[in-house]
Design a protein around this ligand. Sequence first.
Ligand SMILES: Nc1nc2c(ncn2[C@@H]2O[C@H](COP(=O)(O)OP(=O)(O)OP(=O)(O)O)[C@@H](O)[C@H]2O)c(=O)[nH]1
Length: 190
Amino acid sequence: MLVGDSGVGKTCLLVRFKDGAFLAGTFISTVGIDFRNKVVDVDGAKVKLQMWDTAGQERFRSVTHAYYRDAHALLLLYDVTNKSSFDNIQAWLTEIQEHAQRDVVLMLLGNKVDSAQERVVRKEDGEKLAKEYGLPFMETSAKTGLNVDLAFTAIAKELKQRSMKAPSEPRFRLHDYVRREGRVASCCRP
Ligand SMILES: Nc1nc2c(ncn2[C@@H]2O[C@H](COP(=O)(O)OP(=O)(O)OP(=O)(O)O)[C@@H](O)[C@H]2O)c(=O)[nH]1
């Protein structure tokens, strides 16, 4: 499931991964929720990813809440050209902690890195935040395709590994975040 503020590029990232294309031009905000499937090869095995694209707009929040519970993995996006989308990440983590499974696979992505001139969130800031919450992190571009396959494949690999063995300590999880729950509980919801 892809989550994050409206306009960070969730739909574009999904379309880039699924079809290898970029939706340039008019921004059409997702209404509610949508999904796309893609079968990927992970170490010789076929993994079917059902990818849910959520609406970032606040008015659809109650719709997306209902889907968190069944999500095995979450890609949490911000836009490197939009500071408030980055500032809202903590609030998204609070949301995730409230509605998602405790051991959900979670990855933080800073999207739109192709827009170098407009960048306002440094890579180091993204890395620092990710480290703070024990999350894997990548910078991506739905426009150029940078790291898009890599991010989805990393998720697919993790999910495959989990499905094949008894749950031990997963690599990607909310564990560190949950431990800090008290610290972020007071922040604003996006
Ligand atoms: N330059 C650049 N623009 C992007 C990128 N990804 C998305 N965009 C643009 O950002 C705008 C919003 O993209 P969407 O994918 O619709 O955003 P969203 O997060 O799905 O938005 P909601 O559906 O409202 O939650 C569109 O105009 C896209 O063309 C990117 O990697 N680089």
